[in-house]
Design a binder for this molecule. Structure first.
Ligand code: GAL
Length: 831
């Protein structure tokens, strides 16, 4: 199919999906296993593509929109009168030696102090917005060489995400503007590049306005890439893979490749597509007939391959395949890309919900924003994996990227680890900007095995039940289906079900059970599949067992929710009883900055998480784990350090998926009880220090035993890294749990000691946190108080290999040292 003449790549084009042929690392997947040999389907050395990381060596300045000097003449000159003479800081000869040197990803909001201003509370209390011009604008500059030998190639800058309203210039030439804080953006720099010399990319970022109502960060908080290719190349985001499983155990894989010819000459090419399994073995290969690509045109070439004995992608066994897609010209590779994909089928049934590979899957989902303790929204890739693993440990099987297009690393983690994803666009609009944001997300992400559905919007109260809303939704759906007919669309609605958007979506989304509205909807529209796009909003603070408005804490017993939400138990029981609802997404998996419901300042982050901002589980984690996993689970709350409360009654809860639980205090049984289905057990216990022990039984035998002991006072620090070894690539991190323990090595759940950290060797601390929603200590410091006995340090390696030693000390506590090996890594090609 001929797609016609191609407009020069501008804002509407897409950021990185593919990898360099010079690197063997597909961009939408982890590096292939070392066992995977390169595949000689063609001559890859000749392939003319590079995908170069541009994260290192930037200069940064916090600007000031109200002060023309500080904002580098922006808005004060005739910057756009003549090409190449844009505002001062964009010119190659601008002196930026006194700007701060830094590497990406970078979020300057997380570096700012917390400010007690009601206008900031929902966004995390960072000084951004019209009242804070000095800290709302940021300038970035990056110098890099482009060799003379690149003349004749196509060159682009790809940015995975910049928050927000960013202007881009190269060598003083205006490239474009991108409003979205989440959608990827891409600029063709072929003509304005300086070949054989220095080039300066300048990005002015204006975070005065928000995209959402939560913490969103500020700056270039995702990766930046320099991409180079032959003028005859695979169009950006132009590979689309769909799969069909056959009864025989084989699968048909259909590949649509958009081949783009950005030259004055007609080019004849063949597309060579090979599919490799996880061991690197080619399991299918095909070569298209020679096809003419007229000058400045794009032609889509479709191929179908048969994979025998297809290993399906599933939540339990997320098998992936790799497509190696080569464009050959006269038998020589002109372009080559690699794309990871999975073979699997999703389908919705209006009576019985969601099916994956023919098996029913109840969606046990978690909505999440994208920030983490210590780093704000600038997460190193491995933190995404850390977070997804934590959710899987709880038994969650689904992730909603609320309320924005995700970063590619998150999707790669979900592909690899087996987590289905509901991906969401930010701007619900069928205007050119709204459709562009949607298109950029879908073209980039549509080959990810993990994504099962797209969300076109969230709680658009003014639109959702109206005719106008229906029109907007219909146009957005049409765009989604044009780009990806394989997936359904939904909208997260919080009212007006049955009207407006409801007439358009494939699957009805419900934000909150809302007084029987789901049952009414199902009775009226029994043929419409349904899913809970948002549920719960249960409130709790880790390790706190009483509501405390002054300190901004909410008790961790499963008792608190806002008017629209519910306890963990309430929503899950409701959904289990209704097989026609595919399941739901909890608001939220992790706590996030902003929306500190129900209390405001001093609280600066939400309490909705089942897990805190560092990834430490709250008690509700174990309710879900008991309901959602098969291993025997037993958890009791609260902790057992209640000095001064001797003789008073304390409510003790147990979560378990066993048949019965018996509780003992200091060896005395307090009763053995059967566990009510999908619920918990409670005892009222007269507090006495000592050992609170619980035993869970199945078939009369002890299946699991846990205890909460009254600890001694803080005596020492303990450090535990999630990994022993990281890659010395300047980006990899170790996520270190810090705990304060007593002389017997038991975590002191009431400890709040301030710990100082230092590093020896090739590493640095890029962030600290403790999960305390009211803590105002800096995320970028080298000290942190523990909260409920725990804190977190994120240690990043440099590009030098060696032993990194993290040292933790605090007055009166035995210090701790932790060694992390930073091992030489194959450097990712970059500039
Ligand atoms: C929902 C909204 C979320 C979040 C949540 C808090 O209505 O979609 O973004 O604000 O409420 O409970």
């Amino acid at each position: 199919m001929k797609l016609g003449a191609v407009a020069p790549a501008t804002v509407g084009a897409l950021a990185g999906e593919f990898a360099s042929a010079h690197q063997s690392q597909p961009q939408n997947q982890a590096p292939p296993s070392p066992a995977a040999p390169p595949v000689a389907t063609t001559n890859p050395a000749a392939a003319n593509r590079e995908h170069l990381l541009m994260d290192f060596g930037w200069h940064f300045h916090l600007g000031d929109a109200n002060d023309e000097k500080a904002d580098f003449d922006f808005g004060a000159t005739s910057a756009f009168a003549k090409s190449g003479r844009l505002f001062t800081a964009s010119r190659p000869d601008f002196d930026d030696h006194d700007w701060r040197a830094l590497d990406l990803p970078h979020d300057w909001a997380v570096e700012l102090p917390f400010v007690n201003d009601p206008a900031l509370i929902s966004h995390g209390c960072k000084p951004l917005g019209r009242a804070y011009p000095a800290t709302s604008i940021g300038w970035y500059r990056k110098s890099f060489e482009i060799p003379q030998t690149d003349v004749g190639r196509k060159l682009w800058i790809n940015l995975d995400g910049v928050f927000r309203d960013a202007l881009f210039a190269l060598n003083g030439y205006f490239l474009g503007r991108n409003m979205s804080g989440y959608a990827p953006v891409r600029y063709d720099i072929t003509d304005v590049a300086n070949y054989g010399g220095n080039n300066v990319l300048v990005v002015r970022v204006d975070a005065t306005e928000n995209d959402g109502w939560f913490y969103e960060g500020a700056g270039i908080y995702r990766h930046v890439w320099l991409e180079k290719s032959d003028p005859l190349h695979i169009a950006h985001g132009g590979t689309y893979i769909t799969t069909e499983t056959l009864r025989t155990g084989a699968a048909n894989v259909t590949i649509a490749t958009e081949v783009q010819n950005e030259s004055d000459d007609l080019q004849t090419c063949q597309v060579v597509s090979s599919i490799l399994d996880e061991s690197g073995t080619v399991v299918a290969l095909t070569r298209s007939a020679p096809t003419d690509i007229p000058p400045w045109s794009t032609v889509e070439i479709k191929q179908q391959l048969r994979v025998p004995d297809a290993k399906l992608w599933s939540i339990e066994e997320p098998h992936l395949y790799r497509l190696q897609n080569t464009i050959e010209r006269a038998g020589v590779a002109a372009d080559e890309m690699q794309t990871m994909f999975g073979i699997r089928t999703f389908r919705f049934d209006p009576d019985t919900g969601l099916y994956l590979n023919g098996g029913q899957v109840k969606v046990k989902g978690m909505c999440n924003h994208q920030d983490h303790a210590g780093v704000g929204s600038a997460l190193p890739g491995r933190l995404q994996e850390f977070r997804v693993r934590r959710l899987k440990e709880m038994g969650a099987n689904a992730y909603r990227t609320s309320h924005n297009p995700p970063t590619p690393e998150l999707l790669r983690a979900c592909d690899r680890l087996g987590m289905i994803v509901l991906a969401e666009t930010r701007m619900m609009s069928s205007t050119p900007e709204g459709l562009s944001q949607l298109e950029r997300m879908i073209r980039r992400d549509r080959n990810h095995a993990c994504i099962f559905m797209w969300t076109l919007g969230n709680e658009e109260n003014a639109l959702q039940g109206t005719d106008l809303g229906e029109r907007v939704c219909r146009t957005m759906k049409q765009t989604a289906k044009r780009l990806d007919p394989s997936r359904p669309v939904t909208v997260a609605m919080n009212g007006q079900w049955g009207k407006g958007f409801s007439r358009v979506v494939d699957v009805q989304g419900f934000n909150y059970m809302s007084a029987g509205s789901m049952d009414q909807f199902h009775a009226a529209f029994p043929k419409q599949p349904a899913i809970g796009t948002e549920e719960a909003s249960t409130l709790s603070t880790r390790g706190i067992y009483v509501n405390d408005a002054d300190r901004g804490y909410v008790s961790a017993y499963d008792l608190n929710a806002p008017r629209w939400g519910s306890t963990a138990e309430a929503w899950w029981k409701y959904y289990v009883d209704r097989p026609w609802v595919a399941g739901a997404f909890v608001w939220t998996g992790f706590d996030y900055r902003g929306e500190p419901t129900p209390y405001g300042w001093p609280c600066i982050n939400s309490h909705f998480g089942v897990i805190d901002t560092c990834g430490f589980p709250k008690d509700n984690f174990y309710y879900y784990q008991a309901q959602w996993t098969d291993k025997p689970v037993l958890h009791i709350l609260p902790h057992w350090n209640w000095e001064g409360k001797e003789g008073t009654e304390i409510s003790v809860w147990a979560y378990s998926n066993c048949e019965e639980v018996e509780l003992f205090l200091n060896g005395m049984s307090l009763g053995r009880k059967p566990i009510p289905p999908k619920s918990h057990l409670e005892w009222s216990v007269n507090y006495a220090p000592g050992v609170l022990l619980a035993r869970a039984y199945n078939g009369g035998r002890v299946a699991v035993e846990v205890q909460n002991e009254t600890t001694g006072t803080p005596a020492a620090i303990r450090l535990m890294s999630d990994v022993e070894k990281i890659s010395a690539d300047g980006q990899d991190v170790a996520i270190v749990a810090v705990s304060v323990v007593d002389v017997q090595g038991r975590v002191v759940p009431t400890a709040s000691n301030n710990i100082q950290f230092s590093i020896e060797g090739p590493g640095k601390i890029i962030g600290v946190g403790n999960g305390d929603p009211s803590c105002h200590e800096p995320d970028k410091g080298t000290s942190r108080s523990v909260f409920g006995g725990l804190a977190q340090v994120i240690v990043q390696g440099t590009k030098d290999s060696g032993e990194i030693v993290l040292i933790a000390q605090s007055d009166g506590l035995t210090p701790a040292r932790l060694s992390i090996v930073s091992a030489a890594a194959t450097p990712r090609a970059g500039v």
